[in-house]
Ligand binder design. Sequence first.
Ligand SMILES: Cc1ncc(COP(=O)(O)O)c(C=O)c1O
Length: 378
Amino acid sequence: MLAFAGCNYLGLANDARVLQAVRAGLDRYGLSTTASRETTGNTTAFDDLETALAQFLCAEGSLLLADGYTANIAMAQALATRFRTVLIDAKSHHSVHDAARCAGLTVVTFPHGDTEAAAALARRHADADPAGSVAILTDGVFTSDGAIARLPALLAALPNERSLLVVDDCHGVCVLGPEGRGTVSHYGLSDPRIVVTTTLAKGFGSYGGCIAGPRWFVDLARTASGIYRCSTPIPPAIAMAAHEAIRIVLAEPERIDRLRSNVARLRAAFGTIGLPLRADHGGALIPIFAFVLDSPERMDRVHRSMLDEGILAPYIKYPNGPAEMFFRVVVNAAHTTEQIDRLADAFARRLPAMGLSGLSGGTDLQSPTGGSRVEGVA
Ligand SMILES: Cc1ncc(COP(=O)(O)O)c(C=O)c1O
């Protein structure tokens, strides 16, 4: 099956050196530390990975967690010791909303991407807060459709120096910014009020999660987060794999170049077909292509016909997507140009064969060749 699925953006989940790092880690440490890091379960593998993550994410420090979801919980537990209210973009990842609720924060959502609404709410809630502070939480790159948050406007929306902007950058890290350093770097932002959370299981192809940010916040999470203090860390061997992945990302910038040229190729091809892509990536090369056709039945048929061609073009159900079920096609650095052309060619043949003689309703794609844009598909 030729797969355009998952979030293995740089192809590192199958890299022989990453896999070898796991084997070396198993030989050195065994499988599990069998204890939390703050008791007897720490290893240099974790400390070294935290140093590498902080450097990669241009932050003062970082804290390693079991995964990206857990990193958001730890972030929210730390926030809850200083903040009462958080403002969350309505389409942020489920884990961000869940984490804030679990930590007992007062959650206020603002309409997706509406930075003016966020600014107005931030002023109002900071005024009402005893400490005069508020935190704004958003994805950097949104999971389902790859939309990019307008971080400069959200940073400007913070009412004062005591407030924070938290960016879940699971899909921005290894994708956006110089050397793939993420959405904050993509915008060239450097501000002591920015905290980033991310996974190690997507671009880095490994497993784990982290919080990265100003030293005071990372230290606060280390002491105040129950889910960090009272749980067993990932196996050290997996931390060594993630560390090796970071080394490869920095040593082989051509991987990111390849990812971006693959994105550009598929984007142009989908533009020619007129697929109604759902997010405006503002010219950035994001490997997530989400779209919805006119009916679930039609989408199901298209999906199955692609499987018949030996192609997995994921048709999925996921919280906060553009519809209950939608296509989420992902291209990565390991795809060849022939594979990308095969995918585009299959869509170009299969859609008309199902009566979709053209497409309409896209938000960010216009056919560069003036190719057909068709009735009947929303
Ligand atoms: C935006 C975002 N945040 C958090 C997570 C959770 O990360 P993990 O799978 O490492 O728990 C994901 C996806 O899995 C995600 O897409």
